[in-house]
Design a protein. Structure first.
Length: 275
């Protein structure tokens, strides 16, 4: 009897048809897309979820080798990755631990940033962290919460320069994270948008030959959540200056309305208008 039982066929995951395996794996990891490295406080602020760990979303890959081989790219595609340690060298960690296909499967990446990260933005060139294989749906920059102030106005021009050429990111999100921002977070958002518009106009009409952006961005500020996001759009075509000014007039008016909502600000850098 024992021998007969031993000879009974066993059903394994790897024995299933590929279509069924894919359906099962999609079901397992699809819920990861609904998780987030951010959370909302009782006051409505959006902050980093201190308990969130990306590795928890990848635990099913440890079931067996077949799961890892079949599902690692799918899991990376659905998992919101968070680098919560501001001392972590993000590009080095990505390129050291992951192969190119895994990197290109990542769709959501968030990292905690301090002044060192903002100083390195100019080194990114046209891709997040200078990594061409990154194709992100969302890149979230979370300000480090500490006893030190963030002087965001110091990095406005670097961020604008980055945005004009940045590719491989569909949505770029900045989260205040209850950090201390000198000059107020909304004020910095307004100056950033104002400088984006000023530089774009200058690069189009104040040069011998127009230097158009590679990526145009739309923007929105969340005053309650204390965050703002930029959505990548196709570059604007070159038109005559009068038509251009008529086209961006609604953006200028929206910026003016946002400026009127600013807090009273003692920082002299916050009073410089760029539009």
């Amino acid at each position: 009897m024992a021998n007969l039982q031993d000879k009974r066929p066993t059903s394994t995951f790897s024995a299933l048809p590929a279509e069924i395996r894919t359906t099962i794996l999609e079901y397992v990891f699809s819920t990861n897309s609904k998780t987030s490295s951010l959370t909302k406080t009782s006051a409505g602020n959006i902050c980093m979820d201190e308990t969130y760990k990306s590795s928890h979303q990848l635990v099913p890959l440890l079931v067996c080798r077949t799961w890892y081989q079949d599902a690692s790219l799918l899991a990376f595609n659905h998992t919101p990755f968070l680098v919560s340690n501001p001392f972590c060298d993000v590009p080095s960690r990505l390129t050291t631990l992951l192969h190119t296909k895994q990197i290109s499967s990542i769709r959501s990446l968030a990292f905690v940033a301090d002044k060192r990260h903002f100083r390195k933005l100019s080194e990114w060139n046209d891709h997040p962290f200078g990594i061409q294989s990154l194709k992100l749906e969302t890149l979230t920059i979370i300000l480090q919460r500490s006893s030190s102030w963030h002087y965001m106005f110091d990095y406005t021009s670097d961020v604008v320069k980055l945005l004009r050429g940045l590719q491989g990111v569909k949505s770029l999100v900045f989260v205040k994270n209850n950090a201390m921002v000198k000059g107020s977070f909304r004020s910095w958002f307004n100056r950033l948008v104002g400088l984006m518009l000023k530089i774009d106009h200058a690069e189009r009409y104040d040069r011998a030959s127009p230097n158009l952006e590679k990526t145009w961005w739309s923007w929105e500020f969340d005053g309650v959540g204390e965050r703002f996001w930029l959505e990548a759009r196709e570059p604007k075509e070159f038109v005559d200056e009068e038509s251009y000014m008529r086209g961006i007039l609604p953006l200028m008016e929206g910026l003016r309305d946002s400026v009127e909502l600013e807090e009273v600000n003692p920082d002299v850098r916050a009073t410089r208008m760029y539009y």
